[in-house]
Ligand binder design. Structure first.
Ligand code: IMP
Ligand code: MG
Length: 203
């Protein structure tokens, strides 16, 4: 029987913002993208390392991975598949930026956890740490629920000497203080599905 799975040609769309042809080729970047900072290979290799490190740390203790929506959904999906141990997954949604690229300084819980975390080993999974306000808030909120342990893994952290040190136990990459997209990160609800991390064009 012939397989119904065939490799399709990339689609050429004429509508604004099409990325299907260019997504894996950094020589032709989508409109609005200035340059690639981390390639898909860079990211996948680092995620595999983080997964191995985390698996070795938790062993058979079944951590609860708490992904911070929306940005962390891609990193969470990749990271949990790079961990070859038993684990549980939940998501929280917090608001900080809205559609702006500057933080408002106000963090609110939009979606809370579905289960209690008392006595559990919790691993917060963040996409990026910028001002650190979101992470600081989450750590405060979750610590009050008496988990056995809380650790933090972030794919990216911006180099910002003005930001006080924060608990980040596992980090993918330190990046310059620029606004980036891809791997779950958006600019005005665009570019989350780019498999690389790129700097957006500002002018
Ligand atoms: P914070 O400033 O550390 O609180 O960052 C809060 C959230 O803003 C992050 O978890 C991201 O979802 C988002 N964010 C921060 N910097 C960027 C960026 O460069 N691109 C896209 N989203 C960002
Ligand atoms: Mg986030």
């Amino acid at each position: 029987m012939e397989s119904s799975l065939e490799l399709s040609e990339p689609r050429l769309c004429s509508n604004e913002g099409t990325i299907s042809v260019t997504r894996r080729d950094s020589s032709t970047l989508p409109d609005g993208i200035e340059r690639v900072l981390l390639t898909e290979d860079d990211i996948q290799a680092r995620v595999r390392e983080l997964g191995a490190e985390l698996s070795a740390h938790y062993g058979c203790r079944k951590p609860l991975l708490v992904g911070v929506l929306t940005g962390a959904y891609v990193f969470m999906a990749d990271l949990c598949r790079a961990m070859d141990i038993e684990l549980d997954v939940e998501f929280m949604a917090v608001s900080s930026y809205g559609i702006a690229t500057e933080t408002s300084g106000v963090v609110r819980i939009l979606k809370d956890l579905d289960t209690a975390i008392e006595g559990k080993e919790v691993l917060i999974v963040e996409d990026i740490i910028d001002s650190g306000l979101t992470l600081k808030y989450l750590l405060d909120v979750l610590r009050r629920r008496n988990p056995k342990d809380i650790r933090v893994v972030a794919l990216l952290k911006k180099i910002r000497p003005d930001v006080p040190p924060l608990q980040v136990d596992y980090l993918g990459f330190e990046i310059p203080d620029e606004f980036v997209v891809g791997c779950g990160l958006d600019a005005g609800r665009r570019f989350r599905n780019l498999p690389y991390v790129a700097v957006v064009r500002t002018a």
